[in-house]
Design a binder for this molecule. Sequence first.
Ligand code: 9D3
Length: 252
Amino acid sequence: MLQFDVVTLFPKMFDAVTEAGVTGRANERRLYQFLPWNPRDFSNNAHRTVDDRPYGGGPGMVMMAEPLDRAVYAARQRQISAGVRKPKMVYLSPQGRRLTHEIVMSLAAEQGIVLLAGRYEGVDERVIARQIADGGDEISIGDYVLSGGELAAMVLMDSVIRQLPGVLGDAESAQQDSFVNGLLDCPHYTRPEVYEGMAVPPVLMSGNHADIARWRLKQALGRTQQRRPDLLAARGVSTEERKLLDEYMIEN
Ligand code: 9D3
C-alpha cells in the first residue's frame, strides 16, 4: 500500500483528499495511507515557533530549519520502520520541475512518498540540502502563485492515488485512456434531449456505435487542434484522423 507522509503546518487541509470522492473512497478501502507531520509539534520553545526572519533582510518569514528538519526526519523514519526501503522525498516548490502525467506515473510506482509543503516565503535551504537534494525531487504544479505547498501536495496526491490499482472502477479506468491518448475529451450530454432550446447532437441518439465513436474522435481532434495545438503537434495525426479534422474545420 502506497504511503504518503506529509510535512505540513495545515494537516486539516488534507481532509479534502482523505474524505471526499474517489480519494476518500480509496482511503476507506485502505488503498493508500496518509499520515501528517506538523513541524509545530517538533518546535522546542513554548510558543511552538516554526518561522523566523530571513537573513539578509527582506519581506516575509522563512520556515526554521530545526522543527522542519526534525519533522521530515520523523516522517522518513516512520516510512522506513513501515518497510519502505527508500522513501521518495518530494518538496513542493515554485522552483521545482513541472508536474506531468509521466512524473505522476513514476510516483505511483513508489512504495512511499514523503511530501514537504512549505509556507511563508520558503524553507531554510539547509533542510532541502539535508532531506531533498540527494535523490529527492522539487516539484511545482504550474506558473502561478499559491499561498503554500499544501494545495500542490493535494493535487499531486489526487493524481497519484487515481493511478493506484483498484482505485478507479472499470468504466473510469477505460475513460481515462482518452486523456492518455494525447487528446482533449469530446463533449458530453445527458437528459433532457432538449435544454433551453438546445438539442443533443442527433448522432448521439442514433444508436449507431461506429458513428458515435467517429463523432467523438472528430470532436476530440477538433477541440485539441483549437485549444491545445501543442498537444496535437507532439502526438501527430494519422491519415484517417486528418480526414476527421478537416471535416471538423468545415463543420465548425
Ligand atoms: C509571493 C512570494 N514569492 C516571492 C517571489 C515567492 C513564493 C513563496 C512561496 C511564492 C509562492 C510560495 C508558496 N507556493 C508554494 O509553496 C508552491 C507552489 C506555487 O506557489 N505554485 C505552483 N506550484 C507550487 S508547489 C509549492
